[in-house]
Design a protein around this ligand. Sequence first.
Ligand SMILES: [Zn+2]
Length: 289
Amino acid sequence: MTVLDFERLVRTEHSARLYLLERCESAGAPRCPACSREKLYVVEGGKRRRCARCGHTFNPFAGRWLNAAKIGAREWLWLVKLFELEAPATVAAAETGVSYPTVLKAIGAIRRAIAGASGPGHAGCGTPRDRMRLSDLAAGEDGPDRIEAVAEERIAFTMNVGDDCLIMTNRRLECPALVCCGRKLDVVDRGNSFPRLRVYCSAKGFWPFAKERLVKYHGVSSEKLPWYLEEMAFRWNGRGTPLFESLLDRLCAYAPAAPPGPGYRAPRSKTSSATANESFEPSHETDTS
Ligand SMILES: [Zn+2]
């Protein structure tokens, strides 16, 4: 999608909403969040839908990933566009006028939508401890000087892809460098936002691509790291191609009714009818009138 095409979509809230509804329909047939019936009436001038069976009235985005953030259709499209262009959340907030916390919530929903219903595929895919061969490096040395196994409790997250590996340790690991499988690992995270955690990874294949991006976050928690890696893999697999429509298709899909993996927080559900969605963020709230 060119910038000119995008400009036409976001020209008015009405045009943006029509486009989002169209993408939602192609991502999954509209259905009642209470009884799953697909026969619905358009009510309140198109703002809501009413179920033909149970009479439930709801927002047409209910149950989908993009329902996690209560923002307008134009704002959603702009946030997806800015996410595609890898604009920082602070920039996205400033450019759209959406509050920073809401932008973070929307970006979190995009990342979870990318991972999809099954959650991040990397979770739990750590390098076996006996294959990690971690060791500290003495300061000023080029090669391993003293081989000393890193205590298990200092490792927050590991994963390996082929010969590459990524290791996140807590801040108590005060060594100048770390070696995994004979290779010196680079420190990725030098930020202070999550000072207890650091990410190390080697530098070939997918990792230079992912590392360049992870560095910009100045700290990612071990719980959220799998979702960030899903985003990196998505960008890596789609590199050189526009991602906007692919992102929207995922965002417009229905979210699962159970947490697919780590990093989920239970929403503050207010409606008694929302019993099926107590443990995931994309709200199935129905705007009952
Ligand atoms: Zn119904």
